[in-house]
Design a binder for this molecule. Structure first.
Ligand SMILES: Nc1ncnc2c1ncn2[C@@H]1O[C@H](COP(=O)(O)OP(=O)(O)OP(=O)(O)O)[C@@H](O)[C@H]1O
Length: 357
C-alpha cells in the first residue's frame, strides 16, 4: 500500500502544446492517501483514463512527477510499480482454467502452494465462481471472464495500489451491485489504496471514501460523497452528482442577498462574487409555495419515482426540478418557489464562492 503523490502533473498528447486547451490533463497537485478508496468520476473524454494510465505507468506524463511513498516512479514501467489493474474488458488466459488464471499473479511471484490455494479459494468465493474453478476460461461468458479479471486484480494482498478502469461495464446489473459490495469489503479488510474510474455516479458514491470529479481535463473537486452533495465546488459537480442535478439560477450577488429576476433571496451569509454569478440549489432544498413570496414558478409535471416525487417546474422559461416526499400531495396551485438558505451555494464563473458569517 502506498501514498500516491501527483506533483505538478499535466499531460498533453500533442508534441508542442500551445495553450491549456491542448492538455488532456490540466495541472494537478495532490496526495492520494495511503489506504483510501478513490473514485475518479467524470463524463467521457474528461481525462480519467489519462490520469489512471499515468499512475499505472502506461503513459509517461509530459509534465510533473508521480511518487509512490515519496519514490519517483514517473518513468518506471508498470511492472516495477507493484500495482494490480483491472480494465473495462476481460484480460484472461483462455487456455487456462479459472483456478490457474486466479493463481497466475501469485505463482509468478513464487508464492508457496498452500498460500496460493487459500487466496484463490477466497477470491473465487468473492466473485462467486467456486463451482467453476476447474473450467477452462475459454467458453465462459464475457461477464464471467470479467469476474476472473477482477479476481486476478484482488488476489494479491501486497500491492501498492489497485486500479480499476470502468471494471463493471460488461457485468450484468445485479452482479454489479454484488461485486461493488465485495470490492468495498476487500478495501475494508485489506486497506489497499484503490482508484476506481467510472462515469457512473452511483458506482462512485457507493464505492469511494473520496470522489475525484473531473471535468474537461481538470480535477474540479475531491471530496466525500456528502461534501459533493452539500458543497459542490464547481457547477459541473452540482449538475453531474445528484438525480436530478443541482438547479442553477443567474443571480446578482449583493452581500447577503441574491437577486434572481425580481426576487430577493436571503443567502444566510455574506458573499463577494464577480464575473458570471449564479446560485445553485439542489432539488432537495426547493420549497414549493402557493401565493406569498418567492420566485414565480409553474408546475409542468410531477414524476413519481418510487422513493420520492420529482416536481418539474418552469421558472421564467427555464426548467427547475424539486424533490418532494413520496407521500406528499402537490397542490395544483403552486406558483412560487423558495429556498432554505443552508441549501444555497453561490458561484462566480462556475466556481463556488465561500460565504462569511
Ligand atoms: N492516445 C491519445 N492520443 C490523443 N488524444 C487522446 C489519446 N487518448 C485520449 N486522448 C484525448 O484526451 C482526452 C481525455 O481522454 P481520456 O480517455 O483520458 O478520457 P476519459 O475520461 O477516460 O474518457 P472515456 O471514459 O471515454 O475513456 C480526450 O479528449 C481524448 O480524445
Amino acid at each position: 500500500m502506498a501514498k500516491i503523490t501527483l506533483d505538478n502533473l499535466a499531460h498533453s498528447y500533442l508534441p508542442k502544446p500551445r495553450s491549456e486547451d491542448d492538455f488532456a490533463l490540466k495541472e494537478l497537485n495532490h496526495d492520494w492517501a495511503d489506504g483510501e478508496a478513490y473514485a475518479l468520476l467524470g463524463a467521457s473524454g474528461c481525462g480519467k483514463s489519462t490520469l489512471l494510465n499515468i499512475i499505472s505507468g502506461l503513459l509517461i506524463p509530459s509534465q510533473g512527477r508521480v511518487l509512490f511513498d515519496g519514490v519517483d516512479v514517473t518513468t518506471a514501467p508498470t511492472a516495477d510499480r507493484n500495482i494490480a489493474q483491472v480494465f473495462q474488458f476481460p484480460v484472461v488466459y483462455d487456455t487456462m482454467t479459472v483456478r490457474e488464471n486466479l493463481a497466475f499473479p501469485l505463482k509468478n511471484r513464487g508464492m508457496d502452494t498452500a498460500e496460493i490455494t487459500r487466496r484463490v479459494q477466497k477470491v473465487a468465493s468473492m466473485i462467486d465462481m467456486e463451482d467453476r474453478l476447474d473450467r477452462k476460461a475459454r467458453g465462459l461468458t464475457a461477464d464471467a471472464k470479467q469476474k476472473i479479471s477482477l479476481g486476478r486484480g484482488m488476489v494479491r494482498e501486497d500491492v501498492n495500489a489497485l486500479l480499476f478502469d470502468e471494471p463493471l461495464t460488461v457485468i450484468d446489473p445485479h452482479m454489479k451491485w454484488e461485486l461493488r459490495t465485495q470490492l468495498k469489503k476487500l478495501h475494508n479488510d485489506f486497506g489497499h489504496t484503490m482508484i476506481y474510474v467510472t462515469h457512473d455516479q452511483t458506482e462512485a458514491l457507493t464505492f469511494a471514501d473520496k470522489v475525484v470529479v473531473m471535468y474537461d481535463g481538470r480535477v474540479v473537486q475531491i471530496g466525500t460523497p456528502q461534501e459533493l452533495f452539500e458543497r459542490p465546488a464547481h457547477t459541473f459537480v452540482g449538475y453531474f452528482i445528484g438525480s436530478p442535478g443541482m438547479n442553477l439560477f443567474d443571480a446578482q450577488i449583493d452581500g447577503r442577498t441574491a437577486r434572481v429576476g425580481d426576487t430577493s433571496v436571503d443567502l444566510g451569509q455574506s458573499y463577494t462574487a464577480q464575473g458570471k454569478t449564479q446560485i445553485g440549489v439542489r432539488p432537495e432544498f426547493i420549497r414549493l409555495q402557493s401565493g406569498g413570496e418567492g420566485i414565480p414558478a409553474r408546475i409542468r409535471r410531477v414524476e413519481d419515482v418510487g422513493r420520492h416525487k420529482i416536481v418539474r417546474l418552469d421558472v421564467e422559461g427555464r426548467p427547475v426540478s424539486a424533490i418532494a416526499g413520496e407521500g406528499d400531495t402537490i397542490p395544483a396551485d403552486i406558483d412560487h418557489i423558495s429556498f432554505a438558505p443552508e441549501g444555497v451555494n453561490v458561484y462566480a464563473d462556475d466556481w463556488r464562492v465561500e460565504g462569511r458569517a
